[in-house]
Ligand binder design. Structure first.
Ligand code: NAP
Length: 475
């Protein structure tokens, strides 16, 4: 998503010499990798799009994953990007040499560039649980981001392990069609009940006919999301109380008190990434659907054995067990001037300057880089601010005012100290485990409002940057 956005904006800025490297066999990133039944985006589509490529034709307020992929594909075609993309080309190393980056792919291809912009996404490396015997299972078992579409689902005995946004979307889609459906819950989730309205033909016509409506729709959804979730996640107050109350009222819709107790989290709403949507709880009134929270002991060829000794006979096991967000950008290694390695800089946790650049690495910009605002926000909007920031600094190079530029270590350290100081007021630090928390125990997402992110990236603070003429090569 951010790579296509960057390339489109390079073109709009009149820059034609660029190439996109994509490790996968198709474009679309997460919207290509994830194809599981029930996949939608829980950020409103009109806002989950580029401002420079509005789409009047969204079918729903929250559109299905395939439609979002189609949108990205169309933008790539409209901006003539397809022949600028090398598919199946994983960049494994970029080395600073003679004032430029020498980039190498896993296939051995090499090329030189003045700038590198990473657009590698945050939820890429799948986490597969270490359950004894999982590899002995006689049926089909796969991760939600590696869906095996050759496996029939209708009438089958299906287990889904995991109750994040993915597990809950899959439950809504498969519980009605499975012969038997079991959801394996380790930790209950809070769920914000947001319905998903379909746009009528008349509405879609109006959005096509009056482009200003799209702009208005984008801005008003942005305002709604930023004023509610954007505030609630980073500081206590009315928005936090209100969202928490809605989640608690939603949980009350579970009539059976014992089932409601089992669905009740012991942490604050939004501490884990908030799950959104309706129609989840009601699946558990179907006779073929069961919540399993006894804990998984092991897997046998016939199914899952829970800690109470019961064998759950199954045909399909879906691992909706999430991603390693801290393996950010791996396996790409950057080797900067003086031999500085990114893997060494990031020996603890990925960090950067204002979510968009790396100290000591010249001419590198990170889209959706470490500390980006990602908690229930539109990452299109976030990456657009980062793209504009990168373009502003690339402008310095184009005007031949400098050959190389990077944020200073002092400015990066100052930013990271402010970030750590702000982290305790965020909802993510209120006592739960989640992929937001780093190995250092600190939540890593942007701990301020999304508006502050835009403000911080609006104009590069040149005194926080070093600019140089041609630099020495890597050691
Ligand atoms: P996730 O939120 O990390 O959830 C993983 C789930 O798997 C958790 O319930 C976890 O339990 C469980 N789990 C992990 N290992 C387990 C084990 N060994 N045994 C039992 N349970 C285990 O992953 P996700 O649902 O794929 O979502 C990841 C992120 O993708 C989301 O937070 C969101 O940012 C994004 N996403 C967005 C959308 C959207 O509509 N925008 C949709 C899907 C995903 P614990 O909680 O106990 O660890």
């Amino acid at each position: 998503m951010s790579g296509i956005g960057m390339a489109a904006k390079l073109r709009l800025a009149g820059i034609e010499s660029f190439r996109i490297y994509e490790k996968s066999d198709d474009i679309g990133g997460t919207w290509h990798a994830n194809t599981y039944p029930g996949l939608t985006c829980d950020i409103p589509s009109r806002y989950y799009s580029y401002t420079f490529a509005p789409n009047p034709d969204w079918s729903r307020v929250y559109s299905p994953g395939r439609e979002i992929w189609g949108y990205l594909d169309r933008v790539a075609r409209d901006f003539g990007l397809l022949d600028r993309i090398s598919l199946g080309a994983e960049v494994v190393e970029a080395r600073w040499a003679d004032g430029r980056w020498l980039l190498r792919t896993s296939g051995g291809e090499e090329a030189e560039y003045d700038f590198i912009i990473t657009a590698t996404g945050g939820l890429v490396h799948t986490v597969k649980p270490d359950i004894p015997g999982l590899d002995t299972f006689a049926g089909a078992a796969f991760h939600s981001a590696e869906w095996d579409h050759s496996v029939p689902l209708e009438g089958r005995r299906i287990a889904v392990i995991g109750t994040g946004s993915t597990g809950i979307q899959i439950t809504r889609a498969l519980a009605p069609v499975a012969g038997r459906f079991e959801l394996y819950q380790r930790t209950p989730q809070w769920i914000l009940p947001i319905g998903n309205r379909r746009y009528t033909r008349a509405t879609r016509w109006a959005y096509r006919r009056f482009p200003a409506l799209n702009r208005f729709g984008y801005r008003s959804l942005q305002l709604q999301v930023e004023r509610t979730l954007g505030r609630a996640t980073v500081r206590p107050g009315l928005a936090r109380w209100w969202i928490g109350t809605l989640c608690r009222l939603h949980l009350r819709s579970v009539r059976d008190p014992e089932l409601r107790r089992r669905f009740t989290p012991v942490y604050e709403p939004m501490c884990k990434r908030l799950v959104m949507g309706t129609r989840f709880y009601r699946q558990f009134s179907r006779p073929n659907v069961e919540l399993v929270d006894a804990g998984i002991d092991h897997v046998e060829p016939g199914g899952i054995v829970t800690r109470d000794g019961r064998l759950h006979e199954l045909d399909v096991i879906v691992l909706a067990t999430g991603f390693d967000a801290h393996a950010y950008m791996k396996p790409l290694e950057l080797v900067g001037p003086g031999g500085l390695r990114l893997s060494e800089l990031w020996a603890g946790e990925p960090f950067g300057y204002r979510s968009v650049a790396l100290p000591g690495f010249p001419n590198v910009f990170t889209l959706l880089g470490p500390h980006s605002p990602i908690g229930n926000q539109s990452i299109f909007t976030v990456s657009e601010s980062q793209i504009d920031f990168a373009l502003a600094l690339i402008g310095v190079w184009r005007r031949r005012e400098a050959d190389a530029m990077w944020p200073t270590h002092e400015a990066t350290e100052r930013f990271n100290a402010e970030l750590r100081a702000a982290a305790p007021t965020t909802i993510w630090a209120t006592g739960c485990s989640s992929w937001y928390i780093g190995k250092d125990g600190v939540p890593h997402p942007w701990p301020w409002t999304p508006e502050r992110h835009r403000e911080m990236l609006e104009r590069p603070l040149l005194h926080e940057w070093e600019f140089a003429r041609a630099l020495a090569p890597a050691a």
